[in-house]
Design a protein around this ligand. Structure first.
Ligand code: IPD
Ligand code: CA
Ligand code: CA
Length: 260
């Protein structure tokens, strides 16, 4: 299964690069006020779904563009292009992200950023790798020396919907904040020790499933913004583990303020 996943995600990345090289011809539509979708997203997901169904006809699939395809105990979570806004604007921070769950547990995850030359892989119990080399989360243990990633994650303009409260809540306490425009890559950068943490609300499971496994296999932690683990909600916070409680404590304070 790992070799098969490697093969299809490599081909998906190659197709994404082909589309990226002829951006001016690309059909782009608005999915919502803040989200774009292109023919590349759709074609790459169709390719991936087709290959998986042919190889594993009994597996379920949950893909961003085609939704739920019911199946047995295995389920593939697909984001054909994570970072579509960057992709459409000619930036290179985009990736294909694919995870596999068995009976609800993440067992395999790969994230391919083809124009950055970064292929991340994680397998339950076997570690996380960047281009074949083992990766670990960073050793920094205080927020003060941490660089975090996030996104404006803007689904609306009401308080709490645009992430600004969380950014303001934490910005004085950290070294800095970065926005790479891809949830999956943010997680991989935590797994690689380049960022100490990443958070976002209003996120989908296919955005971060592979990234979550990457972080835990690299020695880090994931949870919701309160620091609670459990079934996936629509929030994600991944860290190197060392700053997890401190960051969750700050976010719990923001949540209390927002709920008043
Ligand atoms: C988006 C990116 C972005 C995140 C959004 C996602 P897409 O995914 O991961 O960083 O902030 O919430 O929807 O639309 O590019 O696949
Ligand atoms: Ca996404
Ligand atoms: Ca996407």
């Amino acid at each position: 299964m790992k070799q098969f996943l490697r093969e299809i995600i490599t081909e998906a990345g190659r197709r994404a690069v082909d589309y990226h090289q002829r951006l001016s011809e690309l059909e782009v539509t608005d999915k919502s006020d803040t989200e774009l979708v292109t023919e590349a997203d759709k074609a790459i997901e169709d390719y991936l779904v087709g290959r998986i169904k042919e190889r594993y006809p009994n597996h379920g699939i949950y893909g961003e563009e085609t939704g739920e395809h019911p199946g047995g105990e295995y389920r593939w979570l697909i984001d054909p292009i994570d970072g579509t806004t960057s992709f459409v604007h000619g930036l290179r921070h985009f990736c294909v992200s694919i995870a596999v769950e068995k009976a609800g547990e993440l067992i395999l995850g790969m994230v391919n950023a083809p124009e950055l030359g970064e292929m991340f892989e994680a397998e339950k119990g076997k570690g996380a790798f960047l281009n074949g080399k083992a990766i670990r989360v960073s050793g920094r243990s205080s927020l003060r020396e941490s660089v975090l990633g996030t996104s404006l994650g803007c689904y609306g303009f009401e308080p709490g919907e645009d992430n600004l409260d969380y950014i303001l809540g934490v910005k004085q306490q950290v070294r800095n904040i970065r926005f790479f425009g891809s949830a999956a890559l943010h997680c991989c950068y935590v797994a690689s020790g380049w960022l100490e943490g990443y958070w976002q609300s209003r996120i989908n499971h296919y955005d971060v499933a592979a990234g979550m496994l990457m972080v835990s296999e690299a020695g880090g932690r994931y949870s919701d913004l309160r620091g609670e683990t459990g079934p996936f909600s629509d929030e994600i916070m991944v860290t190197n583990g060392r700053i997890h409680e401190e960051l969750a404590g700050i976010f719990r304070g923001v949540k209390v303020k927002l709920s008043k």
